[in-house]
Write a protein that binds this ligand. Structure first.
Ligand code: TYM
Length: 331
């Protein structure tokens, strides 16, 4: 069976954009593929998080992905730092990764521009750590968005280089897997762009938001003064509200507001009220699960342990073979 692998950056709470983007597809894929999903906490050290903050966010992310439907019995869901084998493979790959090629990576150049005071070696070697993440399990398919394609190309380069240097066909060359068409683009509430793209909490609806917060955020969403001509094209902020309505409401509700827009009788207040209630009905079961899981230390540690055990078995096998191949042999 094909091995699918994906890394989750522990950056914050899950919002509707993450859910309809990657997460829903991960939940589907675990039924048909041998999936490895991990929380990339080694990677997050490039930004020097405070220890308690890091622990808290990793726990929260784990609880939220479990609540959203990732199943530790079906997929291998683990925390990256539970696998020191990844760090070892990273070190080995770094010996054949060159300054010039690492400096040319767009995500590195962007970060270096944004945080000139913290251009550390971890940032520069992000692609070798990402390569180690992927090839440690000999993954075949890696779901990535556009911005990560170059990093995946680097993985392919490092895997080929290792194969050429030591043993042809040892590491499979992983393929990018873009959800493309299956991906529903979820807009933010501030009138333009994707959910979660802009700063500030009010642009995104988080799965863990309580109903009061959801109502407040939706009621404050950007609109305009309303259509003036029948069948007018919807400007972006209005189209955004309709896009959200489409993912959480019944088709007849969408049709009702569409018709009201087209004959200029729409009242945005009514649309927002309906949208808020439908978002609440959609997120409430997820929110309940998140709340009960984040308070359940036993369930969280059990999931983390199951994941670490399964993932380590696979990582240990690869690292044993790599050590033998490169000449680290027991005396
Ligand atoms: P990030 O935070 O950009 O995205 C998180 C995960 O979401 C998935 N994804 C997509 N998959 C398919 N099609 C899309 N259009 C799409 N958009 C998002 C991806 O699976 C992505 O992994 N650097 C990575 C994190 C990372 C990683 C890895 C990913 C670290 N090590 C190893 C894959 C393999 C990142 O920033 O992902």
């Amino acid at each position: 069976m094909e091995i699918v692998l994906s890394g989750i950056r522990p950056t914050g709470k899950l919002h509707l954009g993450n859910y309809f983007g990657a997460v829903k597809n991960f939940v589907k894929m675990q039924e048909t593929h041998n999936c490895f999903f991990f929380i990339a906490d080694y990677h997050s050290l490039t930004t020097h998080p405070k220890p308690n903050d890091l622990h808290g966010i990793v726990k929260q992310v784990l609880a939220e992905y479990l609540a959203a439907g990732l199943d530790p019995e079906k997929a291998t869901l683990y925390i990256q730092s539970d696998l020191p084998e990844i760090a070892e493979l990273y070190l080995i790959l770094n010996m054949n990764a060159y300054l010039g090629e690492l400096e040319r990576v767009t995500t590195f150049k962007e970060k270096a521009r944004k945080q000139p005071e913290n251009v550390n070696a971890g940032l520069l070697t992000y692609p070798t750590l990402m390569a180690a993440d992927i090839i440690i399990h000999k993954a075949n398919k890696v779901p990535v968005g556009k911005d990560q394609e170059q990093n995946l190309e680097m993985t392919r380069t490092f895997a080929r280089r290792f194969n050429r240097m030591y043993k042809e066909d040892f590491f499979p060359i992983p393929q990018a897997y873009n959800f493309g068409e299956q991906l529903v683009k979820i807009p933010g509430l501030d009138g333009s762009g994707k959910m979660g793209k802009s700063e500030g909490e009010s642009n995104a609806i988080f799965l863990a938001d309580d109903p009061k917060v959801i109502r407040k955020k939706v009621m404050r969403a950007v609109t305009d003064s309303g259509p003036t001509k029948p069948n007018q094209e919807k400007p972006e902020p209005i189209q955004n509200l309709f896009s959200l309505l489409k993912v959480v409401s019944k088709p007849d509700v969408v049709d009702h507001f569409d018709a009201a827009y087209n004959n200029c009788s729409i009242r945005y207040g009514d649309l927002k009220k309906q949208l808020a209630e439908d978002i609440i009905s959609f997120t409430e079961p997820l929110r309940d699960k998140i709340l009960s899981l984040s308070g359940d230390e036993v369930a969280i540690s059990k999931a983390a342990r199951i994941g670490a055990d399964k993932a380590r078995e696979s990582a240990r096998k690869t690292i044993r073979e790599v050590r033998e191949i490169i000449g680290f042999r027991p005396f």
